[in-house]
Design a protein around this ligand. Structure first.
Ligand SMILES: NC(=O)c1ccc[n+]([C@@H]2O[C@H](COP(=O)([O-])OP(=O)(O)OC[C@H]3O[C@@H](n4cnc5c(N)ncnc54)[C@H](OP(=O)(O)O)[C@@H]3O)[C@@H](O)[C@H]2O)c1
Length: 341
């Protein structure tokens, strides 16, 4: 499993949808789907927009309050970052996280390894952050240079400090319904739906994509017994050639494929909620899974930019402050060291 730089930058977007004259690759659509869009690209969007910005602001305000409470107790929460190599975009993502960390009151120790660092060098830095009691959260920026194994590095991160919620132990906790840091983007999508008052419980959610970072954990999350989840979840993928049969009946359709423009209006039930989670970057250009023309069919839809992405970043900091609270509780006495989201 690997961690793309979700929602990290303020991306430069293409002026058109991913499937209309853009230089970006486009989805050919599943077999049997109509070749042309069911809706003219000229019609005005009708769907209500579901921006992620206000959701992120609310979560970050909550995080800031929790950071302030820790600081009052003499604890400065610290989110450490590790960058390997000289990729400009990755360095930019780290700067954005450090700026956000500083605004929230986190310390943000950072290790920058050269592009020719070995796997052992990377693990040595991870181990030193793991062992440092002043560091509560740890993030290894994706991608790492091709000669390094990102997944092995992720496994080396102390699960208690895993702010991405992607360590296998934490994914296992999610599968078992145990408390723990949640994968940021799936958790952000649940928050986004709840924030905008979209009922999920008892409704049919169809997720296109079963990837380890988004579709699979999201299916586990939204299927849990909880008022903001509790859904009938169906996951479709390349093994389901007629996947539009499922997406067309979804009350809530969530794109998690990473195939620009793969979701088109004819794949959406009129009035359905459409969440664009999957994106691909062409340089800094964002190419979403959901074609913009879906707004003419959907009842509510995430905007092309500023939908799921901001909630992902906010959930990262929520995981980080929770990690600091747990570590402090453990250090301060016989407290319970179980992870608790
Ligand atoms: N917005 C955000 O903040 C955010 C956060 C996290 C991830 N993402 C994005 O979410 C996307 C998914 O990431 P991931 O790592 O979870 O997934 P992934 O491992 O890339 O898997 C993609 C999934 O989509 C399915 N798929 C691809 N093309 C398809 C097609 N033509 N028809 C049907 N299914 C198709 C694949 O099916 P198979 O399994 O059959 O191959 C697979 O299950 C990526 O674009 C990623 O960048 C965005």
């Amino acid at each position: 499993m690997s961690q793309p730089p979700y929602g990290d930058p303020a991306p430069v977007t293409s002026g058109s949808s991913g499937s209309s004259g853009d230089a970006a690759p486009t989805a050919s659509g599943p077999s049997g789907s109509p070749a042309a869009s069911a809706v003219s690209g000229d019609a005005a969007p009708t769907a209500r927009l579901l921006p992620g910005g206000p959701v992120a602001e609310r979560i970050l305000a909550e995080v800031a309050g929790r950071v302030a409470a820790l600081v009052r107790r003499g604890v400065t929460p610290a989110l450490a970052t590790v960058l390997v190599g000289d990729d400009d975009a990755s360095a930019g993502y780290i700067r954005i996280k450090q700026r956000q960390a500083a605004e929230l009151g986190f310390a943000s120790p950072h290790a920058h390894l050269p592009a020719d660092a070995t796997q052992a060098d990377l693990h040595s830095v991870i181990e030193s952050f793991n062992a440092d009691p002043a560091v509560h959260g740890l993030l290894v920026q994706y991608p790492v240079p091709a000669h390094l194994d990102y997944d092995r590095a992720l496994m080396a991160v102390d699960p208690d400090k895993d702010v991405d919620g992607m360590h296998p132990l934490n994914m296992g906790r999610l599968a078992l319904g145990l408390p723990g840091p949640l994968p940021c983007t799936p958790a952000g999508i649940e928050e986004l739906l709840a924030h905008h008052g979209i009922p999920v419980s008892g409704r049919e959610v169809v997720i296109l994509g079963r990837g380890a970072t988004l579709g699979r954990p999201l299916a586990m999350l939204l299927g849990q017994k909880r008022p903001t989840a509790n859904a009938a979840v169906t996951v479709v993928h390349t093994g389901v050639p007629d996947w539009t049969r499922y997406t067309r009946r979804a009350d809530i359709l969530i794109a998690a494929a990473g195939v620009p423009g793969i979701i088109r209006p004819e794949h959406v039930k009129p009035g359905a909620v459409v969440i664009g989670g999957g994106v691909r970057y062409a340089g800094r250009r964002l190419l979403p899974d959901v074609d913009e023309s879906c707004a003419q069919v959907a009842g509510a839809i995430t905007p092309r930019v500023g939908g799921v992405g901001p909630t992902t970043v906010a959930m990262l900091f929520r995981n980080a402050v929770a990690a600091a609270e747990r570590a402090t509780a453990a250090a301060n006495g016989p407290g319970d060291r179980r992870i608790s989201g």
